[in-house]
Design a protein around this ligand. Structure first.
Ligand code: PEP
Length: 253
């Protein structure tokens, strides 16, 4: 059976400053040096203005960095947008696409999430494609239908042979920033469903895709979530802003 290396990725959202980032990144690095071997891949997805800082602080470490969004456009008259080639200038390894906060507050559609995914793949940056249902959708029994629609919009655009170039994050909207976490069994059920969807595009590569769980993952619930067969890491919001919590999750991976 395929052994997938876990990925623990921090999503800093719109938090931080040059000074506080310096402290956070230094604390994460020194905490990691105390772990005998990093048990997983580690990344931080920072606000655009701090990509240069992340690159300079992390380039000689095992911690990768990335962005939280990307433009669907290659370049031109798109005020405030940031292109995939700009992300590449800062050596981003990852880019989050389709986070529920983008879908909700910026009306991001399944199609634009798919276009963003394509842009990142073309630039050699790994997209972290977020999917997840609202509470209303879960209560209405629409969880699988929702995440299938979101994921399949992306799969329809990418070549099956590129499947291992994406990371998927299952983030139930009702669990993000709420302190309420999906139980490991609930999350595993959706992760297995997502892997089955991926397998329809390419059954061999579907086994290699890292499917992260996101939604109030903390050091005290990480181990039980990460123990599930199809949960290959975490996308971490609030707990990524405290070195001790982030490292606690890394240690559980
Ligand atoms: C997120 O924003 O991707 C997230 C999972 O946030 P939190 O961990 O705070 O729920």
């Amino acid at each position: 059976m395929e052994q997938r290396r876990p990925l623990i990725a921090g999503n800093w959202k719109m938090n931080g400053s040059l000074a506080s980032n310096h402290v956070l990144l230094s604390e994460i690095q020194s905490g990691l040096s105390e772990l005998s071997a990093a048990p997983c891949d580690i990344a931080v997805c920072v606000p655009f203005p701090y990509l240069a800082q992340a690159q300079s602080a992390l380039q000689s470490t095992s911690i990768a960095w990335g962005a939280q969004d990307v433009s669907v456009h290659e370049g031109g008259a798109y005020t405030s947008e940031v292109s995939s080639s700009m992300l590449l200038d800062f050596a981003c390894r990852y880019g989050i696409v389709g986070h529920s906060e983008r879908r909700t507050y910026h009306s991001e559609s399944d199609i634009s999430v798919a276009q963003k995914t394509l842009r990142l793949i073309a630039a050699g940056i790994t997209p972290i494609v977020c999917v997840g249902e609202t509470l209303q959708e879960r209560k209405g029994g629409l969880t699988e239908q929702t995440v299938a629609r979101q994921l399949n919009a992306v799969l329809a655009q990418i070549d099956g042979a590129s499947l291992d170039k994406i990371v998927v994050a299952y983030e139930p909207v009702w669990a993000i920033g709420t302190g309420i976490t999906a139980t490991p069994e609930m999350a595993q059920q959706v992760h297995a469903f997502l892997r089955a969807q991926l397998a329809q595009a390419n059954s061999v590569l579907a086994e290699k895709v890292q499917i992260l769980y996101g939604g109030s993952m903390k050091p005290d619930n990480a181990a039980s979530l990460l123990a599930m067969k199809d949960i290959d890491g975490g996308l971490i919001g609030g707990a990524a802003l405290k070195a001790g919590d982030f490292l606690g999750i890394v240690a559980a991976a």
